[in-house]
Design a protein around this ligand. Structure first.
Ligand SMILES: Nc1ncnc2c1ncn2[C@@H]1O[C@H](COP(=O)(O)OP(=O)(O)OP(=O)(O)O)[C@@H](O)[C@H]1O
Ligand SMILES: [Mg+2]
Length: 386
């Protein structure tokens, strides 16, 4: 089982690259599925096939699926959502707002990721290619299980204990909707599944992410930021893709664009080396259908296998020292003053900009205190002592 996760800024060519990659994997004999978790689907357009919420076979060895985010949300979070709606109705929240408020922002697409777990668990495919939503969205989704788990972990024991006492009484004396066990179980179940998805996606033996970009300043910046955050959340990146490179024979308007792209090309090399940099030119027209996707795959991968692990970088790890242990977190492209740390018992909260990563500390570290933190070759070394 191999999972390839394509992400990047809006419009850079994620869907095209994901579709081309999946097609090439299929052509090489892997049973492959490509699925899009972005609610604004364009995977079907790219493949030139009408897709559905369930996988359909689109080429020999290739299946494709446009996940219905709303359906996934209802079937995984519906019970909890209904309870929240009831609770809000009871408190007099307007009915239009109820629907809106009962969904944690961003969770619509979050539950789409459960389809990755489904395919992982069913084991019907050799390769799963994920066409993810634009970067910011995806990263937020990937950090959500952490946040939800934390929330549920803190809140639900309280609620449970409270309910043991209150429920029998409350049923009689108030008409406040009381969360039944099925609501709690359903919430817990959803969180557990999401945590498993995260475990699958952060398993470096299975999944690697590839960041797609174009030769434009803002896009490259965004790619750097995604690399930082992916690393922060423990996802491995094994290549970057530079798409839409203008060929030398353009003129007029596009000659100026090409000149600008050429200025940024060295920046990409300097920034992302030693990661492999896959390149594709700007095609003469939009990329639709198997023939053009196959051509794109030729240009990106040549004779090599897109499903291979293209690079193995440093990962989060714990090292023993004289005074205790160090936790090493690779965080490319940022400096010390952009990172903020906070520790509470068995958790370490690493904040980078508005992204926060809650690291549940391993046993060895949870009884120690984070004393110091500094950067060494793009890796944040956090020193724990007794
Ligand atoms: N190398 C290329 N040459 C020419 N056209 C391209 C190239 N790559 C992608 N395109 C075209 O650009 C458009 C956007 O590409 P695509 O849908 O793959 O981007 P995306 O990153 O998935 O966008 P979104 O963020 O909206 O999901 C499509 O019409 C696609 O055919
Ligand atoms: Mg897309």
């Amino acid at each position: 089982m191999r999972i390839l996760f394509y992400t990047g800024k809006g419009g850079v060519g994620k869907t095209s690259v994901a579709a081309a990659t999946a097609l090439r994997c299929a052509q090489r004999g892997y049973r492959t599925i490509v699925l899009s978790t972005d609610a604004a689907h364009s995977l079907g357009d790219s493949l030139g096939v009408e897709l559905r919420a369930e996988p359909i076979n689109v080429h020999p060895n290739l299946w494709a699926q446009e996940i219905n985010a709303l359906h996934e949300l209802e079937s995984n979070w519906g019970t909890v959502k209904q309870y929240l709606v009831d609770l809000m109705a009871w408190q007099g929240v307007e009915s239009i707002a109820q629907g809106e408020l009962s969904v944690v922002p961003g969770t619509e697409e979050l539950f789409s990721l459960l389809q990755i777990k489904r395919h992982h668990d069913e084991g019907l495919y050799d390769v799963i290619v994920v066409d993810a939503a634009p970067t910011g969205e995806t990263l937020r989704l990937l950090s959500l299980p952490d946040i939800l788990r934390w929330w549920i972990g803190r809140l639900f024991p309280l609620v449970r204990n409270l309910l043991k006492v209150v429920r029998p009484v409350a049923k009689r004396v108030t008409d406040m909707p009381i969360a039944e066990d099925d609501v709690l179980a359903s919430a817990q179940g959803a969180i557990d599944s999401l945590s498993e998805v995260r475990q699958i996606l952060t398993n470096q033996e299975i999944c690697t992410a590839r960041v797609v970009m174009n030769l434009e300043k803002m896009v490259i910046r965004e790619a750097q930021r995604s690399m930082t955050y992916l690393s922060l959340f423990g996802y491995a990146v094994d290549a970057v893709v530079v798409n839409r490179i203008l060929p030398p024979d353009v003129d007029g308007h596009f000659a100026a664009w090409r000149a600008m792209q050429q200025e940024y090309a060295p920046l990409v090399d300097e920034t992302f080396t030693p990661l492999p940099i896959l390149r594709a030119p700007h095609f003469r027209r939009e990329i639709v259908g198997a023939e053009q996707l196959s051509q794109l795959a030729d240009l990106l991968y040549g004779e090599s296998d897109p499903a291979a692990f293209m690079y193995r970088g440093p990962i989060q790890r714990v090292e023993k020292t004289d005074k205790g242990f160090d936790l090493l977190v690779p965080l490319p492209f940022i400096s010390e003053d952009q990172v903020h740390l906070a520790q509470s018992a068995d958790e370490l909260l690493i904040s980078v900009g508005w992204h926060r990563h809650r690291v549940i500390l391993p046993q060895t570290l949870s009884r120690l205190h984070a004393q110091d933190a500094f950067f060494e070759d793009s890796t944040l070394r956090i020193v724990f002592t007794r």
